[in-house]
Write a protein that binds this ligand. Structure first.
Ligand SMILES: [Zn+2]
Length: 206
């Protein structure tokens, strides 16, 4: 059995392995429980906030990558809608209030990272600036500010994925044809956040 786990986290019966979907997986020995471990997954989110053609970036004050600069972001909590998560992370890390406009892109990574989970989806949103000035008051941040891509050339250690996302966000003005939160249409159920092509268009016309 892989890993140090011995007992079911749901019912505390001993774990075993069961074949499911073409591979052996850690599973509860009690069939009435039904627990099966499919892997470790996490969702990260980050925001590109543009103001006057400059993007908001923060300098990490904690490891890993302490001292490097990136767009603000972090992990979404398991019970937290993704739009709330990214707007919260931007606010906490930079002091800036901003509201999600659309999706810039996402990164899917497998194989694990430094101390991180095995599989991660990192969603990058474009946010409209609302209010507030960049602040490094957060204990996990050493610096914060709006910078143009040109100015970032002189800042050592701006993360590649952040630059990529900022370039993408600056390249498409206004509401593009891409993915956006559909705040008024789409299937509505507790816990759902639905994104679709032109989602913002429907929101704007309503
Ligand atoms: Zn169990």
């Amino acid at each position: 059995m892989p890993g140090p786990w011995r007992y079911c986290p749901v019912c505390s019966m001993p774990l075993t392995t069961k074949m499911e979907g073409g591979r052996d997986r850690v599973a509860c020995s009690d069939d009435s429980c039904g627990f099966m471990h499919f892997g470790n997954f996490s969702i990260g989110c980050a925001g590109v906030v543009i103001r006057d053609n400059k993007a908001l970036i923060i300098q990490r004050g904690i490891e890993p990558f302490r001292g490097s600069w990136q767009i603000p972001g972090g992990y979404a909590e398991a019970d937290e809608p993704i739009l709330e998560a990214v707007e919260r992370e931007v606010r906490e890390e930079s002091g800036v209030i901003a509201k999600v406009r659309d999706v810039v892109g996402f990164r899917h990574s497998v194989g694990g990272s430094i101390g991180g989970p095995a599989t991660n989806i990192y969603l990058v949103f474009r946010l409209d600036y609302v209010s507030g000035e960049p602040s490094d008051a957060d204990s996990e941040v050493m610096g914060a500010g709006f910078f143009s891509l040109e100015e970032m050339e002189d800042i050592p250690g701006v993360q590649g994925l952040s630059k990529w996302a900022i370039q993408k966000a600056l390249a498409v003005e206004e509401f593009g044809p891409g993915l956006a939160p559909d705040r008024l249409g789409g299937p509505v159920r507790p816990g759902f956040s639905v994104f679709g092509l032109g989602g913002n268009a429907f929101t704007e016309e309503a």
